[in-house]
Ligand binder design. Structure first.
Ligand code: NAD
Ligand code: TYD
Length: 337
C-alpha cells in the first residue's frame, strides 16, 4: 500500500512515519510537507535512505503538487497544519489558509484519485472549553464550539471532511485527540518548552494562574490509535483519543517536570495570560477503547519521564531548533530572550 502523509516533518507526523515504517515495513510512505518553521527533516534522518520512504517538498494548498503526490496512493493520513494557538492569535490568516483551504484541496484530490481512506487528524480544541471541577467531558457527540483562531480553523477542516463524506461519499475517518507530548515536539508547546528551558537554566513561563487543565496523550500511543482506526475503524466515523491524565493542571505538570529534573519551584514564572485561554479540556475516549480495543500503553508519569530523558539525550536537536526563527518568536511572545 502507498500512503501519503501530509505534515510528516512535524512533531506527530514524523513520529507517525517512524512508527509506520517500523510496523508496516512493506508499505510505501510519501511525506508531503511545506517545511514551515515547524517542519524538521532531522526528525526523519534515520529513515532518509529507506527505499520505502520519499519526501516531497510542497504546500497542501498547491493543487498541482497535491495531485502529483496523490498518484497511486491508497491511504492519506493528514497531519499538515498550523498547530500552535499562540501563533494563531498573532497571525490567524496562515491558519485559515493551510488548515481550511489546504484540507479542501487535499479532499478534492482524494476524490479525484479514488483514495480508499482519508484520515484527518484533529484536536479536542474544536469542542471549546469546559469549566474547572466540572464533571462534563468531551466525546464524539459534543457540539463544536471553537474559541481560538487555531481551533476555529481545525473545526472548519473537520466540517469539510465530514461534508465530503456525506456529499461525495469520500471514505473518511477523523480523530480528535488531546494534547500530545513526546520526542521531536517543537519547544513552543508547553511540555518541551518547560523541559528545554529548565535544561538551559531558564524559568518556565506559566500563563495566568496556571490552573488550566489539559488531557495529555503520548505521541506513540496516538500513532497506535491512528493505526487501529485505519485498520478497523468505521468509515464516516469520528474517534476521540486521549491519555491517562485526569484533570491535571499546568502547575501540576510543571511540578512533575521540576521533580524529574531535581529543580525547585523558584523556576516557575507566572506570566501574562493567553487571550481567550480555554480553561479545561477533558476527553472521553471510551469509543475507541470499546470498539477498537485501544488504550494508552503507560500512564502520564512514565511517559513524562521518558520524554524528559529524550530531551536530555537530544540536546543538539532542540538547540538547533531554538537557535532559528524560534528566538524572534519567543521574544515577541514572552517579551525577553
Ligand atoms: P507541527 O506544527 O509540529 O507540524 C506541522 C507540520 O505541517 C510541519 O512539518 C509543517 O511544515 C507542515 N505544514 C504546515 N503547513 C503546511 C502546508 N501548507 N503544506 C504542507 N505542510 C505544511 O504539528 P503537530 O503538533 O505535529 O500536529 C499535527 C496535527 O495534529 C495537526 O493537524 C494538529 O492540528 C493536530 N493536533 C496536534 C496536537 C498536539 O498536541 N501537537 C493535538 C491535537 C491535534
Ligand atoms: P500548549 O502546549 O500551547 O497547547 P494548547 O494551548 O493547544 O493546549 O499549551 C498547553 C497549556 O499550557 C495551555 O493551557 C497553555 C499553557 N502554557 C503556559 O502556561 N505557558 C506557556 O509558555 C505555554 C506555551 C503554554
Amino acid at each position: 500500500m502507498k500512503i501519503l502523509v501530509t505534515g510528516g516533518a512535524g512533531f506527530i507526523g514524523s513520529n507517525f512515519i517512524l512508527y509506520w515504517l517500523k510496523n508496516h515495513p512493506q508499505d510505501l510512505v510519501i511525506n508531503l510537507d511545506k517545511l514551515t518553521y515547524a517542519g524538521n527533516l532531522e526528525n526523519l534522518k534515520d529513515i532518509k535512505d529507506n527505499k520505502n520512504y520519499s519526501f516531497m517538498h510542497g504546500d497542501i494548498c498547491d493543487r498541482e503538487i497535491v495531485d502529483k503526490a496523490m498518484e497511486g496512493v491508497g491511504l492519506v493520513v493528514h497531519f499538515a497544519a498550523e498547530s500552535h494557538v499562540d501563533r494563531s492569535i498573532m497571525n490567524p490568516s496562515e491558519f485559515v489558509k493551510t488548515n481550511v483551504l489546504g484540507t479542501q484541496v487535499l479532499l478534492d484530490s482524494a476524490l479525484k484519485n479514488k483514495i480508499k481512506r482519508f484520515h484527518h487528524i484533529s484536536t479536542d480544541e474544536v469542542f471549546g472549553s469546559l469549566k474547572l471541577n466540572d464533571l462534563s467531558i468531551f466525546n464524539e457527540r459534543t457540539n463544536y464550539n471553537p474559541r481560538s483562531p487555531y481551533a476555529a480553523s481545525k473545526a472548519g477542516s473537520d466540517h469539510l471532511v465530514k461534508a465530503y463524506h456525506v456529499t461525495y461519499g469520500l471514505p473518511v475517518t477523523i480523530s480528535n485527540c488531546s494534547n500530545n507530548f513526546g520526542p521531536y515536539q517543537f519547544p513552543e508547546k508547553f511540555i518541551p518548552l518547560a523541559i528545554t528551558n529548565l535544561l538551559e537554566g531558564k524559568k518556565v513561563p506559566v500563563y495566568g494562574d496556571g490552573l488550566y487543565v489539559r488531557d495529555w496523550l503520548y505521541v506513540e500511543d496516538h500513532c497506535r490509535a491512528i493505526d487501529l482506526i485505519l485498520e478497523k475503524g468505521t468509515v464516516g466515523e469520528t474517534y476521540c483519543i486521549g491519555g491517562l491524565t485526569q484533570d491535571i493542571n499546568n502547575l501540576e505538570v510543571v511540578k512533575k517536570i521540576l521533580k524529574i529534573l531535581g529543580e525547585g519551584e523558584e523556576k516557575i514564572e507566572y506570566v501574562k495570560d493567553r487571550p481567550g485561554h480555554d480553561r479545561r479540556y477533558a476527553l472521553d475516549w471510551s469509543k475507541i477503547k470499546d470498539e477498537l480495543g485501544w488504550e494508552p500503553l503507560y500512564g502520564f508519569d512514565e511517559w513524562l519521564k521518558k520524554t524528559v530523558e529524550w530531551y536530555k539525550k537530544n540536546r543538539q536537536w532542540w538547540t538547533n531548533v531554538k537557535n532559528g526563527e524560534y528566538k524572534t518568536y519567543y521574544k515577541k511572545l514572552y517579551g525577553r530572550p
